[in-house]
Each structure stands twice: as C-alpha cells, then as structure tokens.
Design a protein around this ligand. Structure first.
Ligand SMILES: [Zn+2]
Length: 65
C-alpha cells in the first residue's frame, strides 16, 4: 500500500484482502437468535482487519470454478 491510503477493492468478492493477503475481515453481520449462527452479513462494507482496505465480502456463489 502507499502511505496511509486505504485500498478500495469493492466489487470483486474475495475471501482474502487483495492488498495485504490477510484473511481476517471485518463484516457487519446479524445472528440467528435460536442457533446463534450468522444469519446474514452485509457484502459491501467489509474491511480488512489488517490494513482496513475496503472489500466486498465473498459468498459461496462467488467461487470461481
Ligand atoms: Zn489488508
């Protein structure tokens, strides 16, 4: 990355940060109150936990075969 600029990689769903390769993402999620599992999560406001780059969170439908 360049200085303190954050990358903006939204639009390309990725399970890892395109900027630093980190695999910890900050996402906005809601949880099912019966199973406590993640019910849904927002795709367009994920950020990298390492470098704060803006990322589009992946879904299983985004897997490229
Ligand atoms: Zn990153």
């Amino acid at each position: 990355m360049w200085g303190s600029l954050m990358g903006d990689f939204r639009g390309i769903p990725s399970p890892v940060c395109p900027a630093c390769g980190g695999n910890l993402l900050n996402i906005t999620a809601s949880f099912n109150y019966e199973t406590y599992e993640i019910d849904m999560y927002l795709l367009d406001n994920a950020t990298c936990a390492e470098c704060n780059a803006l990322i589009t969170a992946p879904t299983p439908a985004d897997i490229i075969q």
